[in-house]
Design a protein around this ligand. Structure first.
Ligand code: ZN
Length: 137
């Protein structure tokens, strides 16, 4: 038995959307974004939230394309979703993100612990970060 020509031609159309659904990608570097990653970061602009694979990518995007955007990160120790204004970004440590060196969002009260454990060199609040600084990390 053969299927009618119309049915056979219709099958690929039914499966096409599922096969082509791709995971969200970082608007900064193009990597696949994993919302369960401890490095996951987000920017909220006018109620719309965009995901990024790392804090560095989110900060780069904000500083270059979305200066009014609210950045959200996962805090290093407690792994809580917090506004970027609630953490310090530590650099020069031995903690590497999925793309290498990154700005590690650390709870301010735990900055000394992080510096000791991971030999971080600098700590920056959000408002002290500039695009050249973020790009140099
Ligand atoms: Zn990225």
């Amino acid at each position: 038995m053969t299927l009618p020509r119309r049915v056979v031609l219709g099958l690929p159309v039914l499966f096409f959307p599922a096969a082509c659904k791709s995971p969200p990608r970082c608007a900064s570097c193009g990597m696949v974004v994993d919302p369960t990653s401890r490095w996951f970061a987000e920017i909220e602009v006018q109620g719309k939230i965009q995901g990024f694979d790392t804090p560095k990518c989110a900060l780069r995007y904000r500083l270059s394309k979305a200066p009014q955007g609210q950045v959200w990160v996962r805090s290093y120790y407690k792994q809580q979703r917090v506004p970027a204004t609630a953490v310090l970004f530590l650099t020069g440590s031995d903690v590497l993100g999925p793309m290498g060196a990154d700005l590690v969002p650390v709870e301010p009260e735990l900055e000394p612990k992080f510096r000791t454990e991971h030999r971080a060199q600098q700590a920056y609040p959000l408002d002290k970060l500039t695009l050249p600084l973020v790009e140099s990390i």
